[in-house]
Design a protein around this ligand. Structure first.
Ligand code: F6P
Length: 483
């Protein structure tokens, strides 16, 4: 089988390339190993006749990377408009932030159609297509319109919200009907999958049997595939990174002080404001922790052209400066706040250096930083993960200290207890979390999805498969091909 993977953002696999989000980092090692073709945006746009897609293709491990210039006339409406000002807020249950015009929707559909035409170039007789994320909800339908009858799967990296929230997105009905062109739709959690099926049943009035939607487009299976990481590779990166100059400088600067770390895109879904307020509260109620613990918060600028993100940038900068002003001393800065991206290797070293990882989104599909923080720890002296119960990762990493990211006082107390946690408890919790990471790696996620896609497609319209919400682990044969 020739697998074509599609996502808006891709990674070129350069060692020091700053990482721009979970999806690109997660897909890179599997594309490199499996020999898939990964098609995405080049980050550039092109004027003129968008009927002729231009792609730059380069090798990526055993696979290839094709980067496409997207049509200039539609890029803004697609990326900043419909994808990130209508879908992103809705998917993260922030209906109050939905802003999109009908032109934005038209551009979104144009870019989906453009991508479908571009994919024809990579199609072979035995191809299967695997579309990633909310940028391309309608790509399957566009491919079917072009006559593609091969397997097409879709995986959503974000959450899927309640019916009332997704209904706030203009053209939600047409979009979700278009999604039914996929053979298989994967979600991060049971809750996301149930929310989607509830919309399909109640708003589209379609029959759903054992997770399979029956529509005029055929049958679409919805199922849960929690995304993982490669814990072994990440642990190796972390060990190696301890001699990296940035990691060495960080360690030297601490002088015995403990470190908490947060690493996020600067996004309102990440709960950065509440996190900073929780540290403020912690130093207020436990002044003994001043000078003995500081926070390193890396907040990579993101989607700056969108109003909500511009506001967030100034709001967080002001909060950090207020907290540093209130608790800082001539020789001590409580929060080190960096607005830049780092390569994954260096981040792994930062995670290993920090005694506490704080991952407190208000809502998150999975949050791979949580998993990476755990994998990077020194087994003999692991740090503690403080994790929002609203991140998909909380379903698996229930041995973390789970917090409600809206409860600032509760977070303050939990972070203080993480700092004080005895070694024996840290090890027990860390071992439990590592066991989960090892049983749900990115390689397994990839293989499970592709196997389920092939099964679902071959079942086709003739019969309903056995009821399964979670697909079984891959067969030995299949594993051999995809490892
Ligand atoms: O959460 C899903 C995701 O695709 C992440 O991988 C990434 O953080 C984000 O959405 C997309 O971000 P960007 O707009 O920077 O590509």
């Amino acid at each position: 089988m020739n697998l074509v993977v599609v996502s808006n953002r891709v990674s070129r696999g350069k060692p020091n390339e700053p990482m721009t989000g979970g999806l690109a980092a997660a897909l890179l090692p599997v594309v490199e190993k499996t020999g898939a073709i990964w098609v995405g945006s080049s980050g550039r746009v092109r004027d003129g006749n968008s009927k002729e897609p231009f792609a730059e293709v380069e090798a990526l491990g055993a696979g290839a990377l094709a980067m496409l210039d997207l049509p200039a006339a539609h890029y803004g409406g697609y990326y900043e408009g419909f994808a990130n000002s209508a879908l992103w807020p809705a998917l993260h249950s922030r209906a109050d932030l939905i802003r999109a015009t009908h032109e934005d929707y038209a551009s979104y559909r144009e870019v989906n159609a453009f991508m479908a035409r571009a994919l024809l170039r990579f199609r072979k007789a035995d191809s299967a297509f695997w579309i990633q994320d909310y940028h391309f909800l309608a790509l399957g339908a566009e491919l079917r319109d072009l006559g593609i009858s091969q397997p097409i799967g879709f995986f959503l990296h974000t959450p899927w919200p309640a019916r009332a929230v997704i209904s706030g997105v203009p053209h939600h009905r047409a979009l979700i009907e278009a999604m039914l062109a996929y053979d298989l739709i994967g979600f991060q959690t049971e809750e996301d999958c149930e929310n989607f099926l509830s919309y399909v049943k109640n708003d589209l009035d379609l029959a759903v049997r054992d997770g399979v939607v029956i529509s005029s487009s055929g049958r679409t299976r919805a199922a849960v595939f929690p995304i993982g990481i490669d814990p072994e590779r990440f642990a190796q990166q972390a060990t190696k990174a301890m001699t990296h100059p940035d990691v060495t400088r960080l360690r030297r600067s601490l002088n015995g002080e403990k470190l908490a770390i947060g690493v996020d895109r600067l996004d309102y879904s990440k709960g950065l404001g509440n996190r900073i307020k929780a540290f403020d509260r912690m130093w207020t109620i436990q002044p003994g922790l001043k000078r003995s613990v500081s926070l390193l918060q890396i907040a990579t600028p993101s989607r700056g052209a969108i109003e909500a993100y511009g506001h967030l940038q100034s709001e967080i900068a002001k909060l950090v400066s207020d907290v540093n002003g209130a608790h800082g001393e001539v020789d001590w800065t409580p929060i080190r706040y960096l607005n830049k991206g780092f390569g994954q290797g260096v981040l792994a070293g930062f995670y290993r250096t920090a005694q506490v990882g704080v991952v407190t989104p208000l809502k998150d599909g999975m949050n791979l930083v949580a998993k990476e923080y755990v994998a990077a720890q020194n087994p003999a002296d692991p740090g503690v993960l403080v994790l929002s119960k609203f991140a998909g990762a909380a379903n698996e990493l229930d041995a973390a200290l789970l917090v409600n990211p809206h409860d600032i006082d509760g977070m303050a107390r939990t972070i203080a207890s993480a700092i004080a946690m005895p070694l024996a408890e840290r090890r027990t919790r860390w071992e439990a979390m590592m066991a989960k990471l090892n049983s749900g790696t990115i390689q397994q996620w990839f293989a499970d999805f592709i196997e389920a896609l092939q099964d679902t497609h071959s079942v086709g319209d003739t019969a309903l498969p056995e009821p399964r919400t979670m697909w079984p682990r891959r067969t030995a044969d299949f594993a051999a091909r995809y490892h």
